[in-house]
Design a protein around this ligand. Structure first.
Ligand code: AMP
Length: 380
């Protein structure tokens, strides 16, 4: 087995034919045991289950009736997904019978729920599920999966009936999508209270290192200026010096990081809560990426207030006034400082003295960045 290409993607060998065969063999045995003296009805879910159904049929030694069922699922951007029946079941075959649904793979369980719903309406005596592959990490439904050939991690697989955009079904083995990682330099979070100088320093670093600069505050202000729905949602929180709710902020970041084409990210003003930090780790991990360091700029509070009030004279920002500044600092202490512990626990927290001139502070940051031991899995 060697790597193959289907459409635009490369897949690598994952599960060989022998292992698949052994899994189907034990499924056949388990189903024979379950059947006792009854004739089961195997309902094969097309198209993916055709190979599995055929191999199982050859190994299953008791009388059995076959029926076929075809659905089409439309997994848009929302995870609920819509599922339609393309080829329905003959009610006469299943009414009052013990049904076994044959699935090639169960992941989220969305399709399975729909199958269950349709089958139940045909009044069988019982419905059990037999799947060749099961992704327990992806499964988010409560229907029991009664017979499992093999549990697999949450990888995208093809072969043995499973496809990538209709190709790959004829492969006798299973292949998984090969992660193609992009060349990256460094991914960092520039951290600190309002007025710590994050924006100034991040802008210099982004140019010097060729990083993609992501400042949630700037993004929100951009949305507000353009009167987008997101801007309208965020405005009242920003004007009050409160944090915009996590679901809005995380949603915005998810959208932005969909297709990372940069050499690295520099985040400014994000994450501001532990929930955001966790979400960022997850979003990055999905792309095979990882945050290397949180660089925290320390500046005494009275200096922060002075800097922000000064900035307020020219920034035109609705939140650079004495009352809102107080509120923003309070929010920082309550909700944002725990983010430091989150990164400290991962060994990624670096504290930097944020008092001094711009070049001095920049050099302190560069010293740390140059000495970062980048994660070994990071593509070079
Ligand atoms: P900044 O420009 O970073 O000072 O952010 C200005 C304001 O935008 C903050 O006071 C919050 O209201 C909002 N904001 C920016 N980033 C975040 C974030 N990560 N989470 C929640 N609210 C944020």
């Amino acid at each position: 087995m060697k790597e193959i290409q289907l459409h635009d993607k490369i897949f690598e060998p994952y599960i060989d034919a022998e292992k698949i065969d052994a899994a189907i063999e034990h499924l056949a045995k388990d189903l024979e045991k379950y059947a006792e003296n009854e004739t089961l009805v195997f309902v094969s879910v097309l198209k993916g289950s055709f190979m599995f159904t055929s191999d199982l049929a050859k190994k299953y030694k008791k009388p059995v009736v076959f029926e076929f069922f075809r659905l089409k699922s439309y997994e848009g951007t929302n995870s609920t997904g819509e599922v339609n029946v393309l080829m329905d079941i003959d009610e006469e075959l299943v009414k009052g019978k013990k049904i076994i649904v044959l699935e090639d793979i169960v992941d989220t369980g969305n399709t399975l729920e729909k199958i269950y719903e349709v089958l139940e309406s045909k009044q069988p005596a019982s419905i059990k599920i037999a799947t060749l592959f099961f992704k327990p990490k992806a499964y988010n439904k409560s229907l029991p999966i009664d017979f499992v050939g093999m549990e697999i991690p949450n990888d995208f697989i093809v072969g043995f009936g499973l496809d990538y955009d209709e190709l790959g079904r004829n492969l006798p083995e299973i292949y998984k999508l090969k992660e193609v990682k992009k060349r990256r330099t460094v991914d960092i979070v520039l951290f600190g209270p309002p007025g710590a100088g994050k924006g100034t320093q991040a802008n210099i670093l982004k140019d010097k290192l060729g990083l993609q600069y992501i400042a949630t505050g700037d993004l929100f202000r951009h949305h507000i200026k353009n009167k987008t729905p997101l801007g309208q949602k965020a405005q009242q929180y920003i004007d009050n010096g409160e944090l915009v709710p996590d679901e809005i902020t995380i949603g915005m970041i998810k959208e932005l990081l969909k297709d990372p084409d940069s050499k690295g990210f520099i985040f400014d003003g994000f994450p501001r809560t532990v929930e955001q930090a966790q979400a960022l780790d997850e979003i990055m991990a999905e792309k095979g990426l990882i945050i290397d360091a949180l660089l925290s700029l320390n500046v005494p509070e009275e200096r922060l207030v002075k800097r922000l009030l000064n900035r307020g004279k020219t920034s035109g920002r609705s939140d650079d006034n004495e009352e809102t500044i107080k509120k923003r600092l309070q929010q920082y202490h309550e909700k944002t400082t725990p983010v430091k512990d989150y990164y400290a626990n991962q060994g990624k927290l670096y504290e930097i003295n944020g008092v001094g001139d711009i070049d001095e502070i920049h050099n302190r940051l560069m010293d740390i960045i140059n000495n970062l031991k980048l994660n070994e899995n990071k593509p070079k």
